[in-house]
Design a binder for this molecule. Sequence first.
Ligand SMILES: Cc1cc2nc3c(=O)[nH]c(=O)nc-3n(C[C@H](O)[C@H](O)[C@H](O)COP(=O)(O)OP(=O)(O)OC[C@H]3O[C@@H](n4cnc5c(N)ncnc54)[C@H](O)[C@@H]3O)c2cc1C
Ligand code: FES
Ligand code: FES
Length: 512
Amino acid sequence: MEPQLTVNGLDRALGDVGGHVTLLDWLRADGLTGCKEGCAEGECGACAVLVNRPEADGRSRWIAINACLVPAAGFEGQEVLTAEGFGTVDALHPVQQEMADRGGSQCGYCTPGFICSMVGEYYRPDREATGQTVRAAEAEPDTDGAAADRRAGNGHVDPVAPGQAPDHEHGFNGFDLHALSGNLCRCTGYRPIKDAAYALGEPDIDDPFRARCEQPAPAAAPTRISSSEGDYVRPLELTEALDLLAENPDARLLAGSTDWGVELNIRHARARLTIGLDRLEELRVLAVGDTLIDLGAALTLTEIERGLAGTVPLLAEVFPQFASRLIRNGATLGGNLGTASPIGDTTPALLALDASLILASRHGEREVKLSEYFTGYRQSVKQPIELIKIIRIPTPVAPFSAFHKIAKRRFDDISSVAVAYALDLDGDSVKSIKIGLGGVAATPLRATAVEEFLAGKAWNRDTVREAAIMLGLQGTPLNDHRASANYRAAMLRTSLLKFFAANPVARTEVSA
Ligand SMILES: Cc1cc2nc3c(=O)[nH]c(=O)nc-3n(C[C@H](O)[C@H](O)[C@H](O)COP(=O)(O)OP(=O)(O)OC[C@H]3O[C@@H](n4cnc5c(N)ncnc54)[C@H](O)[C@@H]3O)c2cc1C
Ligand code: FES
Ligand code: FES
């Protein structure tokens, strides 16, 4: 049968897309021009669409992703929703209605992308309202009777309704504003968009998109689609993927495609063969044991964040600082480590957690300490016929930890420097400390000299000041467009002082 996928409830043939036609280009060529190209590199969210993905309990959920980054071929057999699929002009979807009523759109270029991200959050099963669900007509002066009437049937939440005060990044309706962190708007301004998000109620019980989530997501389809520019293959079993890789060591492995999509669009990179790993069950394990935590290399960061639910506080601190929700809905640990980038954000944290990688090939598996994995700029001990299967973290994790990402923007930016700490104290002394560094050398580093200096010493301001000077000398930081070498060294020094200042034990210490 010809490869196809379902978009807005209709089956459509994929055609000979190979590995290089993005889902965005494919949708637009098919007439669905609601999703837009703003940047083609995952930065603006104008291309956001929703895809139905499996939940652990057998149900499914709508996940918003950047269509500009992912190959269309990876969606064979899948269900995709675009902004055209939610409502009609006469019967808008509640999210569209709130955006319209609250003035959330002006030129409209970004709006379909915002709508998709917002719809994903609207249906998030664990979104819990902390405010009162009120009928708009009762809650507000009826300045727009028609709008209030429309909203009245939508379990609408008044954004100023009394209730338990949420933090400033969540609405009373439980809406997490970070769901929109990957969407940019250049003319409306964000306040009306935020108002619309915080005004959303609960989906009706008979809402078809909510009802869809009660059913399983489409299973991954074994895919092989060729084109003149290169082939896309999705194996369904690890052994099949490893055989394919052994026979094609130059093949491009693909998980969330958030790195590869940029290579494809901006640098026009092409691979003869692309192997989709993102639905391989063997790479999607999340197991928390007494002595180990295993994280499958193809789990998305959002899935890990949800699955660990704070079990590893250091990782919990990394996730919100990693790109945007749209990117984290696709990005994987395997992809972050697979590039062996010196500025990948998860690497310093995984170094501080003393993680290992399980590398798999047709010839078997081996475990490599992450601290011994990197061999040079974007190089590692991983052989071309190997892939990363599991990221393994020893437990219990150290009780004190922190992740400091120094970047030009607070969110959705690449690190200039990243530092991660995992500290264990014995009374007032350092039992052990592990420090992972990114952005200060050709590879991510462990600051072993500083770790050894601190081990066994009193955890007080004087020792930490001395250690901070040592930390500032680690690596071989560069001057580049993100930061100067001096700035990077200064950030290392102040980072350790900040970690000390934030540490509860440290606050009891008094320095002369
Ligand atoms: C807008 C934007 C913002 C970003 N922000 C950040 C950020 O804040 N911090 C950060 O660290 N990164 C950031 N990135 C980079 C990217 O999102 C991450 O590196 C991500 O973890 C890559 O995962 P992926 O699954 O999408 O990788 P993919 O693009 O699928 O793959 C990346 C590379 O890894 C290899 N690979 C993938 N899986 C495996 C595997 N299992 N075994 C071996 N090799 C594998 C592939 O061969 C490929 O070359 C950003 C990217 C974008 C587009
Ligand atoms: S077009 Fe900008 S994120 Fe996709
Ligand atoms: S409405 Fe114009 S860019 Fe957002």
